[in-house]
Design a protein around this ligand. Structure first.
Ligand code: UDP
Length: 429
């Protein structure tokens, strides 16, 4: 019952000490560990990024990371990996021929999905796909700024045609799959991405503020995440004057994120743009750019803030509101993508339209003015994360899906009477 977890650009090994590891690295790491504990040992296939990377690494109990030679053994930007995927596929075939076979493929992102389709044909095993983000939707929102290869939408369509099952991270992704790819919802399960509830944990606000050297009583609104135009941080800065009118003490906006550990206006165009907007809006003294912080330190920021805000106009999923909620901080979010699903409007935070500073100011002020409401939201937020978004829960749901697909494949083979090697393609679904 070995699972081939394919993730060409995002290796779980990059989660170790690296500040660059994104959501997919963490997903592959956490899900692999959890399903291995539940009886599905995993081989994670990823692209070799360093010459000294061992071809096979015993990563965690029941989890090996297989580093395949495909392109130069050095980091390559993900949008430039596509030409190396045929070599990646061939290396996976050669590895499995010499080592252990897989019973099921779980592919991450469109390029590994392509490899998954190829390997499924070869190995005659079911394919489960999670996209993490969709090319057509990305192009729609980012236009020419999207550097994905042109083949991406067609490859995604092939994956939808050939895979046995698709994991969507949230209901909005199911809608996108139906609208833009005509995907069959009967073969899609919503299983969210999780959050590490031991790392992201609440500590008392006063203690968190002492650790960070923040004043004890100033109202603080927090943003955490990459500094990109689509994240709508400009909108948040423009909210500050309206917010100041609605509450007694002037609020501070703390912005965590960027390319370096200290705010670096010279090299970061988006930070420069935001700084200029703060100057124009007359709130520069109320905005604090912290710079990038490692994930293990972020609970302090989330716990120290009164309200977390994330108002992008495009966001496939959005991990930061979940992290804030895990730390007991209410989240005010744009009603887009996964955030409509993770944040419960009026219970663990509020939804607002994207690009609507007035509506945002109104909702943030309600929370800043009402400590007992914040306390209620804080409890509900942590509870919601523990119940639905812990990695243990996510891993349980993924393992259950594997079991269902493997059983259906077995049933289909038995009905056909073709033994253990029959095709498990669409029959499994
Ligand atoms: N993050 C971090 N340090 C920072 C800023 C962000 O570790 O200084 C992490 C954050 O905790 C989250 C991730 O980067 O896990 C951002 O994920 P999200 O889904 O919010 O946005 P994405 O970067 O995928 O667009």
């Amino acid at each position: 019952m070995r699972i081939a977890m394919i993730s060409e650009h995002a290796s779980p090994m990059a989660t170790l000490g690296s500040e660059d590891a994104g959501g997919q690295n963490v997903y592959v790491d956490e899900v692999s560990r959890r399903v291995a504990q539940l009886g599905y040992p995993v081989d994670v296939f990823t692209r070799r990024e360093h010459p000294d990377q061992p071809p096979v690494c015993e990563w965690a109990p029941g989890v090996r990371v297989i580093s395949l030679a495909a392109g130069r053994p050095e980091p390559i930007r993900k949008d430039q990996i596509w030409p190396h995927m045929a070599a990646f596929r061939d290396a996976a075939i050669a590895f499995v021929r010499a080592d252990a076979a897989a019973s099921l493929i779980h592919a991450n992102f469109w390029m590994s999905g392509w490899a998954g389709c190829e390997l499924k044909q070869r190995w005659q095993v079911p394919l489960v796909q999670i996209f993490h983000a969709l090319g057509v939707v990305k192009r729609l929102h980012q236009g020419d700024a999207d550097t994905s290869p042109n083949e991406r939408p067609a490859v995604e369509q092939r994956i939808l045609d050939e895979s046995d099952w698709v994991i969507a991270q949230c209901p909005a992704e199911v809608d996108d799959l139906r609208t833009y790819y005509r995907a069959d919802p009967a073969r899609i399960s919503v299983i969210p991405s999780g959050v590490n509830t031991r790392l992201f944990r609440p500590i008392p606000r006063g203690k968190a503020r002492r650790l960070l050297g923040w004043p004890p009583d100033e109202p603080v609104v927090l943003y955490v995440g990459r500094l990109l135009p689509r994240k709508g941080i400009d909108n948040l800065i423009r909210t500050l004057p309206a917010l100041a009118e609605r509450i007694t003490a002037p609020p501070r906006l703390v912005v965590v994120g960027g390319e370096t550990a200290t705010a670096n206006l010279r090299d970061e165009p988006e930070m420069r743009r935001l700084h200029a907007i703060a100057v124009q809006t007359g709130v520069l003294d109320r905005v604090h750019f912290v710079g990038k912080r490692p994930g293990r330190e972020l609970y302090r920021y989330y716990s120290a803030a009164d309200v977390f805000v994330s108002t992008p106009w495009y966001e496939p999923y959005g991990l930061t509101p979940l992290e804030a909620m895990a730390c007991g901080t209410p989240a005010v979010v744009a009603a887009v993508g996964g955030m409509q699903f993770t944040v419960l409007d009026g219970q663990t935070g509020f939804h607002v339209p994207p690009n609507a500073p007035e509506a945002l100011a109104h909702r943030v002020a309600i929370l800043l003015n009402d400590p007992s409401l914040r306390a209620r939201f804080a409890v509900a937020a942590r509870e919601r994360v523990e119940r639905h978004f812990s990695w243990a829960e996510v891993g349980r749901q993924v393992a259950e899906l594997y079991g269902q697909i493997l059983r259906e494949g077995d049933g289909a083979r038995e009905r056909r009477g073709d033994g253990a090697t029959g095709r498990q393609g669409k029959e499994a679904a």
